[in-house]
Design a protein around this ligand. Structure first.
Ligand SMILES: Cc1cc2nc3c(=O)[nH]c(=O)nc-3n(C[C@H](O)[C@H](O)[C@H](O)COP(=O)(O)OP(=O)(O)OC[C@H]3O[C@@H](n4cnc5c(N)ncnc54)[C@H](O)[C@@H]3O)c2cc1C
Length: 391
């Protein structure tokens, strides 16, 4: 029997919600409420003013959204689907808010949890979960983020300490972070260091001329012979696989997050095309418009199904980096194309900040670039298929 679609679900055409458990649905609803009540009322002004809404950090912490997928040390220990839904709802508000939570959770708390000593975990994780300590992740350097093996920041032993020198570029949360997870070359290969705000020789400068992610802080970090105690070395991280494993976690969240951005754009466009009259009828009554709307819905739906399966693989411990690469590539491309199409179909109104697509579109230019560009993820999938690394 074929069921009639009694209630149209334009943002969930294949009823993915029916695949979610009651806990996942409750978490999604509480994050959605936070976004509706606290993020959406301020985010447009933040974007225009190039300001991160720091006042939201305690609200995000109160819902347990920092380190939500980690177990113990004040973290919620949620499954992969719930963690993904958190990202999806946050990015429905703005990619900047999801980026903040991703960096705090996947790029700072995750390496502490996975590679840190017990003392480091106790010192940092509960305070980070409460939002009292903000973290950042310093891997990229100005000579090329796509080639992280070419790190020039280096640390050498000096007595019982390390002396760290170099610089990092494009670091989310960099100038407000209390602690930076910094990846550097050593005589023993790439190692991770916890560099604390106020350590002599450590400076951060905000990059304030961005046209994208304007409600997020991005900074350059500078290290001039910063003395880092041995206690601040992540003992269990060795080689590039340390930072790359953090990026796999964060990219997983991006795969979900960008769906929320695309949904926000399509939701507004459906309203607009339903009410705007041109040539004596609603825009939505035109075949050409309907085909484009249908295509956006198709693209969002396939991204949702991909994210759900990726989440199931992650929970089963079977998710591979190449699968994450394909999903990050597909879902970011989907969201950016949907946002651009929505902006176009709003006509002149599409360039106004009164409508969300242009803000999401500009943000998604960063999201498709950071944590591996589309090309790099295509090459990662190509390597998986052929066994040859082309980069
Ligand atoms: C807003 C924002 C926030 C960020 N936050 C962080 C952060 O918190 N921490 C952090 O460490 N980094 C961060 N990044 C850095 C980000 O990960 C890098 O920008 C990204 O990896 C790309 O590196 P790049 O900018 O140096 O570009 P490049 O590596 O110079 O790439 C330039 C172009 O060349 C292409 N390319 C590269 N190699 C190949 C190849 N072999 N074949 C074909 N094409 C190729 C790329 O796809 C791209 O189009 C952030 C970036 C942005 C924009």
């Amino acid at each position: 029997m074929i069921a009639a679609m009694s209630t149209p679900r334009p943002l969930d055409f294949f009823d993915c919600a029916s695949l979610l458990g009651p806990e996942d649905l409750a978490i999604r609803a509480s994050v959605a409420r936070l976004v509706d009540e606290k993020v959406l009322p301020v985010i447009r002004a933040c974007f225009e003013e190039h300001r991160f809404p720091r006042e939201l950090v305690r609200e995000l912490a109160a819902l347990g959204l920092f380190g939500a997928s980690l177990q113990g040390h004040g973290c919620a220990g949620l499954g992969a689907i719930a963690s993904g839904l958190i990202c999806q709802e946050l990015e429905r508000g703005d990619s900047a808010i999801r980026s903040f939570v991703s960096v705090q959770s996947s790029l700072c708390m995750y390496p502490l949890h996975t590679f840190g000593s017990e003392e480091q975990k106790q010192r940092w994780l509960p305070a980070m979960a409460r939002g009292e300590v903000i973290g950042c992740f310093g891997l990229t350097e100005s000579q090329g983020g796509s080639d992280p093996a070419n790190l020039r920041t280096h640390a050498r032993r000096d007595g019982g300490d390390w002396l760290l020198s170099g610089s990092k570029m494009w670091i989310t949360n960099g100038s407000i972070a209390d602690v930076a997870v910094v990846w550097a070359q050593t005589d023993d290969g790439i190692r991770g260091f916890l560099v604390e705000r106020g350590m002599p020789g450590f400076a951060a400068t905000e990059i304030d001329n961005k046209f994208s992610l304007r409600a997020s802080i991005t900074a350059a970090l500078y290290f001039d012979s910063v003395r880092v105690p041995q206690a601040n070395l992540l003992p269990e991280a060795r080689g590039l696989k340390g930072p790359l494993s953090c990026l796999t976690q964060a990219r997983y969240g991006i795969c979900w997050g960008v769906i929320g951005a695309a949904q926000a754009c399509l939701a507004q466009l459906l309203d607009y095309t339903g009410s705007r009259e041109l040539f004596g009828k609603a825009l939505a009554q035109n075949q050409a418009i309907q085909i484009r709307l249908a295509d956006m819905s198709r693209r969002i739906t396939t991204a949702q199904l991909l994210a759900l399966q990726l989440g199931k693989l992650k929970d089963a411990g079977r998710m591979t980096p190449a699968q994450v690469s394909m999903a990050k590539w597909n879902n970011c491309r989907m969201a950016l194309d949907v946002a651009r199409d929505c902006r176009d179909m709003l006509g002149g109104a599409g360039i106004s900040a009164e409508y969300v697509p242009i803000r999401h579109m500009l943000n998604l230019e960063s999201v498709i670039t950071y944590e591996g560009t589309q090309t790099i993820h295509q090459l990662a999938v190509g390597r998986e298929l052929t066994g040859h690394s082309a980069f």
